[in-house]
Design a protein around this ligand. Structure first.
Ligand code: HEC
Ligand code: HEC
Length: 254
């Protein structure tokens, strides 16, 4: 299987930034194809478990749980705000149950991007868990403070989440300038992955999937420019709840 290194993945974001600028009108052939084709993704991939699960698969699944466990395993998150979510925080309800909401897309919590702004909580990040025993994380998510039940995050899902936290984190600041939000790297290399993997669903120009509304559109390049830390997490682990084939299989090992 073709493998890409993390450096190349990070440069996808450069390519994404460029993709938005280069709008190419859809050709007659492409629009004919669009009409005649229906995407039939494997439902198994979303909720299923492979016969011989690889660690790469488990870690990326864990990354999607970290992003939004309720979406990732198709269960309901509670409507009420998480009891550990601080009163000064600006979010409420189901959103406050996402690991990323308290610990950040950069896994740095208060010491990273969520150190200020509308996602500020003042809560610690999880970088210190890298390389630690995953059972620590499995215990923590069941503790009184976190209170996740087995109905919400099953034992198996908890294991994958713990693998992600201890083996799957990356250091975003190595790949992106945190001030300018520009990815380091070579757009040509990122373009290789973008055109071969991402464009299948997002389009060569990145505009085939609009995450928001016609009036207020949000495309893959919009997110990559605004929150490259979110994009790199999704590039490496996938986007929960949709058959979004990202690059989870291509992670570099620690
Ligand atoms: C509502 C906020 C909130 C959410 C959501 C949340 N946590 Fe936490 N987490 C905390 C707080 C608060 C602490 C304690 C940090 C401290 O001591 O300052 C903590 C601590 C931790 C620790 C221990 C860190 C250490 O070094 O001691 C781990 C591991 C952890 N959380 C994992 C997770 C995972 C995995 C999820 C998602 C399933 C999650 N957390 C969701 C608030 C949250
Ligand atoms: C099989 C189809 C498919 C492929 C391939 C794919 N995606 Fe996606 N992607 C989706 C869908 C569907 C969504 C969710 C759209 C929505 O929520 O409206 C999505 C969402 C995203 C988001 C989330 C934006 C947000 O809401 O924060 C990012 C970022 C993203 N994709 C990046 C990529 C990248 C980078 C690649 C290539 C490495 C890729 N995708 C490949 C289908 C795909």
């Amino acid at each position: 299987m073709k493998r890409f290194g993390l450096k190349e993945l990070s440069v996808i974001m450069v390519a994404l930034g460029l993709a938005l600028g280069a709008w190419i009108p859809t050709s007659a052939l492409a629009s004919e194809l669009k009409e005649s084709m229906t995407v039939m993704p494997s439902r198994d991939w979303l909720g299923g478990i492979p016969e011989a699960p690889t660690e790469d698969w488990a870690v990326a699944f864990g990354g999607r749980l970290y992003d939004n466990w309720a979406l990732a395993v198709d269960v309901d998150a509670p409507d009420e705000t998480h009891p550990a979510y601080p009163p000064w925080g600006k979010k409420k309800g189901a959103a406050t149950w996402r690991c990323k909401e308290c610990h950040g897309w950069d896994y740095l919590g208060r010491d990273g991007v969520y150190g200020k702004g509308s996602h500020y909580t003042g809560i610690l990040g999880l970088r210190q868990l890298v390389g630690k025993n995953p059972t620590i994380v499995e215990k923590v998510i069941r503790d009184e403070l976190h209170g996740y039940t087995l109905e919400q995050i099953s034992a198996a899902a908890g294991e994958r989440l713990a693998l992600f936290v201890t083996r799957g984190q990356h250091e975003i600041e190595q790949y992106v300038n945190m001030e300018t939000r520009k990815a380091h790297g070579d757009a040509g290399l990122g373009g290789r992955i973008f055109q071969n993997v991402c464009a299948a669903c997002h389009g060569f120009d990145g505009m085939a999937l609009n995450f928001k509304t016609d009036e207020n559109p949000e495309f893959i390049g919009t997110v990559a420019n605004k929150a490259p830390w979110e994009t790199l997490h999704k590039v490496r682990n996938g986007h929960p709840g949709v058959p979004c084939r990202h690059s989870g299989s291509c992670r570099s090992r620690r």
